[in-house]
Ligand binder design. Sequence first.
Ligand code: FPP
Ligand code: ZN
Length: 480
Amino acid sequence: MAFRPAPSPDDSFPTETSKLQAETEDILIKHLPTGSSSPPVLQRNSHLQFLVRNLVQGFPAPYTSQDASQPWLMYWTLQGFSTLQVALDPANKQKVIDTVMAWQHPDGGFGGGPGQAAHLLPTYAAVCALAIAGRPGPGGGWDQINRKKMYDFFMSLKQPDGSFLVAHHAEVDVRGIYCLLVVAQLLDLLTPELVAGTASFVASCQTYEGGFSSASQPFYSNTSPSTLLQSPRPPLGEAHGGYTFCALAAWTMLQPFSKLAPEPKPKVDIKTLVRWLTHMQGSEAELGGFKGRTNKLVDGCYSWWVGGAFGLLEALGVGQPHEHHKPSEDDDEQENWDDVDDSLYNRKALQEYILYAGQHPAGGLRDKPPKQSDAYHTLSCLAGLSSAQHRMVVSQERREQLISAWTPSSGASSLPDGIRKAVFLDALSWAEEEGGSKVVGGGVNRVNATHPIYNLTMTHTEGIMSHFYAQQIPPRIKKA
Ligand code: FPP
Ligand code: ZN
C-alpha cells in the first residue's frame, strides 16, 4: 500500500475549517507519485509558454479585475522569465518600457494603469519591471523616472509616527512600506528624513504570535499639532506571512539607520518570529507547503512570503553555522538530506510541494490543486522554489570588493554619503553560498537565484543600482 502521512487531527469535532483541511490533504496526497521513485520535474517550457502568452497576447478575461494592478502583472511576468533564466529581446524590452512609463503619475510614483492615481504598491512593481527591462538613456525608462517627484510623493504619504499611507486618502499598510523602501533603495532616494520613525512603526506590527500584521493603531493623537503617544501601539489584526515578509524586509532595509533612531530603540522579537515562521510550514500531509496564518490552508504563494522570509533572517545574523558535508556538484543529486540540511525549515519538502502540487499541468503555477494557475502564483512559487534551492548569504568578501570599488559622490546626490554607501553595500553584498544549493530533481530543475529582499536577480539589482548610485560594480569572482 502507498505510504500515507497522518492527517491533521480534528479533535473529533469537525468544523467547516477542519473539513476543508481534510479535503485539501486528500487532494494534495493524490499529487504524490505512487510507486515510482523518479524525481519531480519543473515543467519549464509550459511555464515559459504561459508567461509568453500573457505578455504577448495579453491577459485573458479573468484578469479584468486586476485593471489597477497592471504593473504587478508586468512584474510577475518579467521576473518569472528572469527566474527561469530567460531574457527578453530588445523589441519586447522597449514595449515593456513604453508600457510601464505610461503608468507614471505626473506628481510622482506610478499608478495601476494609465491615468490611475499613484500608489506605493504598483510603484514597486513598475520600478522592478524597469530594473528588468529598462536601461539608461533616452527612451530607456530609467532616466525618465521622475526621482524628485517620487521622493515628494513618498514624503506626502508620511505619517507623524513613521508609517506611510499606501496612497493619498488611503490606509497605512506594511506592504506599502516595503514597496517604498525597495524603490528608495534602488533609485538612491533613501534619507534619514524619509525613514525617521519607520522602524518603530514596523516593530509595532509584530503580534503575540511572532509574525507581523498589516499595521498597528496610530501612534499619535489626532490633535493639532499631532503629538506622538508614549506607549507602543497594539498591532492591528492577525500575523500573516505576506505582511511578515514585508515587515521583516523593511526592518532589514532600515538597519543602516538604526544608529540614528532615538532611545528606546525599536526591537523585533526574533525568537518568537522564528518560532512562528517555522510553524507556518505544513506537515507531510500538506506536502510541506507553507500557510500564511495559523490554522489556514497551505498555498504556493507563501513559498515566497514565508519561505523567503527565512532568507531575510540571514541579513540579521540569525541562522546557524553552515557546515556542508561536501560542497560539490553533488548538491544537485538526489539524496536524503535529513541529516545534512541545517536550514531552519525543510527546503526539500517545500520544493516538493511546489513541484508536485504547485505546477498546473497546462502551464503556470498555482495556490494548490485543483486551482488554476495565475501570474501572481507563478512568480511566487518560482521565487519560493529559488529561495529553497539556493542559500543566499551576506558575503564579507563581496562587501570588501564593493568597498574597494566605491567612488564617493561628486555632489550629484544631496544625500549623506555614509548612508548611501551603507545602503548600497547592504543591498549588494548578497551572494550565493558555495555548496549551499539543494535542488530537488537535480540540475534540470535549477532556477535563478533571487535577491532575498527585492525579488530581482542579482544581475538586475546590480545593473539598476550601479546606474543610480553612479558606481562601477566589480565582477563577481567565481571560484574554481
Ligand atoms: C489573506 O488572504 C491575505 C492577506 C490579508 C494579504 C497578504 C499579503 C501579501 C501576500 C503580501 C503582498 C506583498 C506585497 C509587496 C504587495 P486569504 O484570506 O485569501 O488567504 P489565507 O487564508 O492564506 O490567509
Ligand atoms: Zn496564494
